[in-house]
Design a protein around this ligand. Structure first.
Ligand code: GLU
Ligand code: ZN
Length: 314
């Protein structure tokens, strides 16, 4: 039996979806559909303080406007707490996690200063603790996170970016799987969900490459089979930085309100990915025969003010 490909779109309703998100969704959708596969949709709304009211509905509207579809009902993370709790129990039983009381500032003052662009590595302050220590801490009303004990690094072959061998002990160290305010951290939720949803390929922005070896570790210890990964470059502004307000309003809802046709945006993105010679209007469906993951340039796509203006003037 051949494996059925299943990809996914995983918007976070922590803000509006912009041109950068659209490019990643388009690649993920095309990759799965070009193989005759399914596309699942998941709303990543566990980051409660940052979730914006109405942003999840807006994300679905934006995706439909782009011409992307999905199979089945959207999976909503906040309805799946019991599944994340069950996974945490497995990690606790195996002593793979320990309670950590460190605050962000404890960690940055104890850790050696990271080099530019590197994340702070957890210095292991609480790693002497065991799972049972949490009972007393709970009784005393102490706030703690559950941190995963990193024992090995998991090299992987990215379907787009190639061989990745990140030394987790140096890059980040032990990581949080359960937040001190309660609820799963992204790393745990995403693994539990992708496994439960039968996802076989993950296509997402390359800012998440450092997360992948952590997720692969979790797949391993939870006895789940891991999908393949393709991390694609992000969209940046002329200053080389990630799309933000200073680059103009690139929210999909704003473009829609300004009368931009989705096919014009899709055409611009398809051109940026090397599938069209010129940015010309096209639908995602009509792009299917042109889709080639390897054609996407390895560098981020620079959305210049000129390109944005041209899109608005069309
Ligand atoms: N929800 C994440 C985002 O919107 C994506 C996470 C993932 O693809 O694993 O950036
Ligand atoms: Zn700690």
């Amino acid at each position: 039996m051949s494996t059925v490909v299943s990809g996914r779109l995983a918007p976070s309703p922590t803000g509006a979806q912009h041109v950068g998100n659209a490019r990643t969704y388009l690649v993920a959708w095309l990759s799965a559909r070009a193989q005759g596969g399914a596309v699942k949709l998941r709303i990543e709304d566990i980051d409660s303080p940052r979730v914006k009211p109405g942003a999840a509905e807006q994300a679905l509207t934006d995706l439909r406007w782009l011409g992307l579809d999905w199979d089945g009902e959207p999976v909503v993370q906040t309805t799946r707490l019991s599944h994340y709790e069950a996974a945490l129990e497995v990690l606790k039983r195996a002593e793979l996690v320990y309670p950590c009381t460190c605050t962000r500032s404890d960690i940055s003052s104890a850790a050696s200063a990271p080099h530019a662009g590197e994340e702070v590595t957890y210095p292991g302050t609480c790693s002497h603790r065991c799972v049972a220590d949490a009972f007393a801490m709970q009784r005393e009303g102490k706030l703690f996170a559950w941190r995963f004990r990193v024992t090995e690094s998991v090299p992987f072959t990215d379907q787009f970016a190639g061989e990745q061998d990140i030394d987790l002990n140096r890059a980040g160290g032990d990581f949080v799987v359960w937040k001190n305010q309660g609820g799963p951290a992204y790393q745990l939720a995403v693994v539990v969900d992708d496994a439960a949803m039968g996802i076989t390929e993950v296509v997402r922005g390359d800012d998440l490459i450092p997360s992948t070896p952590r997720q692969l570790l979790l797949y391993r210890v939870l006895g789940l089979s891991a999908p393949s990964f393709a991390h694609v470059p992000l969209v940046v502004g002329e200053d080389g930085r990630r799309l933000a307000k200073r680059h103009g309003d690139t929210r999909l809802s704003a473009l829609r309100d300004a009368g931009v046709k989705p096919a014009a945006l899709v055409g611009l993105l398809a051109w940026s990915c090397g599938w069209l010679d010129r940015p010309e209007a096209i639908t995602p469906r009509d792009l299917l025969p042109r889709f080639r993951l390897e054609r996407i340039p390895a560098k981020p796509f620079v959305l210049t003010a000129e390109l944005l203006r041209a899109l608005l003037d069309q």
